[in-house]
Design a protein around this ligand. Structure first.
Ligand code: PRP
Length: 179
């Protein structure tokens, strides 16, 4: 029999929903009349993006990019590559990158630099969660939901070994020896 690790709710779905509404209200004011391109980073951001855009009552476009970082499964090794690029040109566009969690900062730092090289009108960053204790490279987060300590968390898009992305709450996973 497979023993499932113990989970403890850190951020409830009710608190997440309130944060999503707050962030959407800020974004809506800043991007009214800008027809932003919302760029979600797969896979982790798919839940957050889907909730966020449904709270945004402005014209917008949504797309996704898939990135990969190599290394052990809890550490970004520093090399980020594009697996599936955006299918749209971003020159002159107002781009809002949407991320589930910023940890070392390597993923979002790479992506924002990558996008800025393509001549957008602006690039800003929205993240539901920030884990600043793990930062390796500085990242400016323009819209932030929650700051969390250095705990191993899952749910609301965030996985452990590809599991738990479907949890409605963000939970601490308490199993010892996880990778
Ligand atoms: C996670 C998360 C971020 C990234 C943050 O993605 O979704 O994209 O790590 O870490 P960083 O700040 O240290 O770069 P992951 O690489 O686990 O892939 P996933 O989105 O498919 O789960």
């Amino acid at each position: 029999m497979v023993t499932e690790p113990e989970l403890e709710v850190l951020i409830s779905k009710r608190k997440i929903a309130a944060a999503v509404r707050r962030l959407a209200a800020e974004i809506q004011v800043d991007y009214r009349d800008k027809y932003p391109l919302i760029v979600g980073i797969l896979k982790g951001s798919f839940v957050f993006v889907s909730d966020l855009v449904r709270c945004l009552d402005i014209p917008l476009q949504v797309d996704f990019i898939r990135l990969s970082s190599y290394g052990s499964c809890t550490e970004s090794a520093g090399k980020v590559t594009v697996i599936n690029d955006l299918p749209v040109h971003i020159q002159g566009r107002h781009v809002l990158v949407v991320e589930d969690i910023i940890d070392t900062g390597l993923t979002t730092s790479f992506l924002c630099d990558y996008l800025r090289q393509q001549g957008p009108a602006s690039v800003k960053l929205c993240s539901l969660i920030d884990k600043p204790s793990r930062r390796i490279v500085p990242v400016k987060i323009d819209y932030l939901g929650f700051t969390v300590p250095n705990l191993f968390i899952v749910g609301y898009g965030i996985d452990y070994d590809e599991k738990y992305r479907n949890l409605p709450d963000i939970c601490i996973i308490k199993e010892e020896g996880k990778c």
